[in-house]
Structure formats: C-alpha cells, structure tokens
Design a protein. Structure first.
Length: 168
C-alpha cells in the first residue's frame, strides 16, 4: 500500500531548504499587553524610503494584537538565542517583560539582546492567503557584530560572525 504524503507537508519541507534568519516581532497596541512572536519571514523591501516586511499568520495567537497596532519592532536574533526563539514561537507565550526589552520611538518592545533592531511604523497591510504581510517604515535601527541565528530544515543553525554593519 502506498501512503500519500500530505502535499502541504511536502511544500513546507521544500520551503525549509531556504535558510532564513530568525527574528522576534513585537508590538504594543493601545490598551493591550505587548505581544511578541518568532518570525523567519522578515526581509528588507526598500532603502528609500526605508521599508521592511514580515508575514503574520492569521491563526497566530498574537494576530489580533498586531492587527490592532500601528507599529511593530523587529529584533534579529544572534547565535545562542534559540530559547528566546522557541519561547515566542509557542502559542500562548507570555508577554515580553520590561527586563528583556527596551522601547524606542514607537513604543514597540525591542529585545535588549539582539544582533539588530528595527522600530517601524506600519505603512501597509496586504492580504496574502493564510497570512497578512505587514510592511513597516523603519524609524530607528541598530546592529551589532556577531553570529546570526538561522533556521534551516526545521532546525537551528548559525552563520558566520559579521562585523557591525549599521548604526542609528
């Protein structure tokens, strides 16, 4: 007997052949607790104006918080932050604490320990299947040297050590 593999699993496995960085997206919508989740869909869009995007799954526990927010922050994780990634990848994860985050211009939490940080005002939301693409204008950013945390084939890896690339 031949067992057919779930076509979505096969597609997900094919997507997993592309190594990505790992980041934490955060927001602090008015009247709500801050929310955070792990993303690997973060990418730059434009330098002028300075735009970035990431994809928010509609079934994510933090979906309502991000849809109510006008801003978000992205904290790019470095090697050794696997526990942070796993924590915020877990549905129902506790809200970010004041001790582990700082706030910049928009008030969205930015991890204190990070490889890079981006504070963004949401400039567009685009429906995209079972996700919403959140485009943000970068208002403030920083970066530090170190090894990035990568995600590949459903597991963590690290990349080469990089020098500090940018400053705010």
């Amino acid at each position: 007997m031949v067992h057919e593999v779930d076509p979505y699993r096969r597609l997900k496995d094919a997507f997993a052949r592309y190594a990505t960085g790992v980041a934490i997206a955060t927001c602090a919508p008015p009247g709500r607790a801050p929310a955070a989740l792990t993303v690997n869909s973060f990418t730059s869009v434009s330098l002028n104006p300075s735009l970035v995007l990431w994809s928010l799954q509609r079934s994510a526990g933090a979906y309502d918080a991000f849809m109510a927010a006008d801003n978000y922050a992205i904290s790019v994780l470095r090697a050794g932050q696997e526990a942070t990634s796993t924590r915020f990848a877990t549905r129902g994860a506790e809200s970010p604490t004041r001790e582990e985050f700082e706030t910049w211009a928009t008030g969205a939490p930015v991890l204190r320990e990070r490889l890079a940080g981006f504070d963004c005002r949401i400039s567009a939301r685009h429906d995209a299947g079972d996700h919403v693409i959140l485009v943000g204008e970068v208002l403030q950013f920083d970066s530090f040297g170190g090894k990035p945390l990568l995600y590949y084939a459903s597991g963590y890896a690290t990349g080469p050590d990089v020098a500090k690339a940018a400053a705010d």
